[in-house]
Design a protein around this ligand. Structure first.
Ligand code: 0VR
Length: 253
């Protein structure tokens, strides 16, 4: 059975790791390089770095920090946030990223997924989908969760897969930062619809939330920020407890 992946997420604003709830009320949660090294040393399976700064000249701030984080870790590294063109992909890959996350730009220009996949391989392309229920339909939101697209989340995920996405990073905006558990039904439905790996994101607050996710859905990866940044549980403690609960995880320290 595929080992389950635990993936810490660094939401980056103006060079700092930040965290809020429902994508709002962002507060500094730590230094990106220190957090990245801690998670990697503790046995995190991968790391996601999400630049949510609204700075215009994003790349000039992003690349040096990506380089520092890449040097501090020895696990697969995904960089997202404001990646809109092939030049952005080239810049972060050259800075040490193994995969790129694309979100708003892919909604605006779906063919971007196919172009990046053909140039770097599908395994490099993580399509991030931020979603919220609108009149009981899971709708895709872009621009940091601020702009509704009218797109159905399931249809968009299928299209992203057809265009060559290697993974889907599925974030429930309404669960983000709430620490009340993942969006189980949403995640279960989407992971049965697509044939590529789905990373669940948003809501992790206790070890039991990860057990619930991995036993009640087919996802094989869970992304977490709040629960880890504030030290409620370490990556190694989380993996130890998942292993004790019979969940297949990779070795931890
Ligand atoms: P936790 O619930 O704290 O584990 O959050 C996991 C995940 O939702 C967040 O790390 C991240 O995806 C939140 N994303 C964005 C954002 C937060 C603020 C503003 C924008 C975005 O665009 O994804």
């Amino acid at each position: 059975m595929l080992k389950k992946r635990i993936i810490p997420c660094l939401d980056i604003m103006d060079g700092k790791a930040v965290k809020g709830t429902n994508f709002k009320g962002l507060k500094v949660a730590g230094d990106p390089v220190e957090l990245a090294k801690r998670y990697s040393d503790e046995g995190a399976d991968e790391l996601v770095f999400l630049d949510i700064s609204a700075t215009i000249e994003k790349r000039s701030t992003l690349v040096p920090l990506v380089e520092k984080v890449a040097r501090a870790i020895n696990i697969p590294f995904t960089v997202g946030g404001g990646i809109g063109r092939e030049e952005d992909v080239k810049a972060v890959i050259n800075a040490g990223a193994d995969k790129i996350g694309v979100n708003s730009a892919a909604v605006a220009e779906p063919e971007l997924i196919a172009r990046i996949a053909s140039q770097y391989g599908s395994q490099c392309v993580v399509v991030a989908i931020d979603t919220k229920r609108v009149h009981n339909e899971w709708q895709v939101f872009v621009h940091g969760g601020s702009k509704p697209t009218g797109l159905n989340t399931f249809e968009w995920a299928r299209k992203a897969e057809e265009l060559g996405a290697g993974e889907i990073l599925l974030t429930s905006i309404e669960h983000d930062g709430m620490k009340s558990g993942f969006a189980i039904n949403l995640t279960d439905m989407l992971s049965q619809l697509v044939h590529i790996p789905v990373i669940a994101s948003g809501g992790a607050g206790h070890v039991s939330h990860f057990v619930e996710l991995f036993t009640q859905t087919r996802v094989n990866a869970a992304l977490a920020a709040s629960i880890l940044h504030y030290g409620e549980v370490s990556v190694s403690q989380l993996k130890q407890q998942l292993f004790a609960a019979g969940i297949a995880v990779r070795p931890f320290r």
